[in-house]
Design a protein around this ligand. Structure first.
Ligand SMILES: [Zn+2]
Length: 281
């Protein structure tokens, strides 16, 4: 029976303990279920191990795929790297097929099974940003979730830093590390306007939505000295203080406005760079 099971909930909890996590810990988790190999009990076992070990567990629970819409015709923001609907008819069609944010919308698939499972199976707090909500369980859940504002979606990560919290990467690299975006945004970079359906027939413009992260793993050597790492099954589990991520990313960007961005003219990285440069003039 279960001959092919590689990892159990207890083994995941034990691995989290080896990282130094306990009931006083608050973590922002970015997780790949597949990275563990086969987990007995699947995503629920991963969530139970996290919630059972840590005092507070936070994840991103964005709903962009359902709630997002194009920019309306003619609404152009500088260095925004986004597309407009060609006509108001096309915009109205997009708005019609989008879904307004509600607190029971599923988490976008590309954010992984673990976050959606935390939403479905655990009592949680969830913020109400129409594109980029957060989900949290445990001691400081409410405090973290209440730190999000419509105009400052990454506020919960600011609050997590104040709590002395950590980023926990479970089988993903820094391209999933949203905290790097917060460092960028503090420096005026990666602050995009995006658009969402907020009620039947109604849309909103949302500022300070973060952009591209495909080069973020270049931060890895810089963070290695402050990273704790263990193996849990096949999963490379890494823990870094939020404050250390912010300090390191800030240093890189202050030294080089183009740090952690690509130079492809068609990529959103270019618009993010222009935003940063505009703060320096
Ligand atoms: Zn790029």
């Amino acid at each position: 029976m279960n001959g092919d099971v590689k990892v159990t909930e207890d083994e995941i909890a034990e691995g989290l303990g080896r990282l130094g996590l306990d009931s006083t810990s608050s973590v922002l988790v970015h997780a790949s279920l597949r990275s563990f190999g086969r987990v007995a009990g699947g995503a629920e076992a991963v969530c139970r191990a996290l919630v059972g070990t840590c005092g507070t567990v936070m994840m991103i629970s964005g709903t962009w795929d359902l709630t997002g819409v194009p920019a309306p015709p003619g609404l152009v923001r500088p260095h925004n790297a986004y597309y407009n609907a060609d006509t108001w008819a096309a915009f109205d069609d997009a708005l019609e097929s989008a879904v307004p944010f509600m607190s029971d919308l599923p988490v976008d698939r590309w954010l992984g099974r673990v976050s959606e499972t935390l939403r479905l199976s655990f009592a949680h707090e969830r913020s109400t940003h129409p594109l980029f909500s957060f989900l949290a369980v445990g001691t400081h859940a409410r405090q973290l979730i209440e730190a999000q504002r419509l105009e400052w979606p990454l506020g919960p990560i600011d609050a997590l830093a104040e709590l002395g919290g950590h980023v926990l990467l479970l089988g993903v690299d820094h391209t999933s590390n949203t905290t790097i975006h917060l460092a960028e945004q503090h420096l005026g970079r990666s602050r995009f306007y995006r658009y969402a359906k907020v009620a039947p027939g109604a849309w909103a413009e949302l500022p300070n939505v973060s952009g591209e992260s495909h080069r973020f793993d270049e931060i890895e050597p810089e963070l290695r000295p402050v990273t704790t790492e263990v193996r849990i099954g096949d999963c490379r589990a890494r823990l870094i203080a939020v404050e250390d991520v912010l300090t390191c990313a800030t240093r890189l960007i202050v030294n080089d406005p183009a740090a952690l961005l690509c130079s492809d003219a068609d990529c959103r990285c270019g618009a993010a760079l222009q935003q940063r440069l505009a703060t320096l003039t």
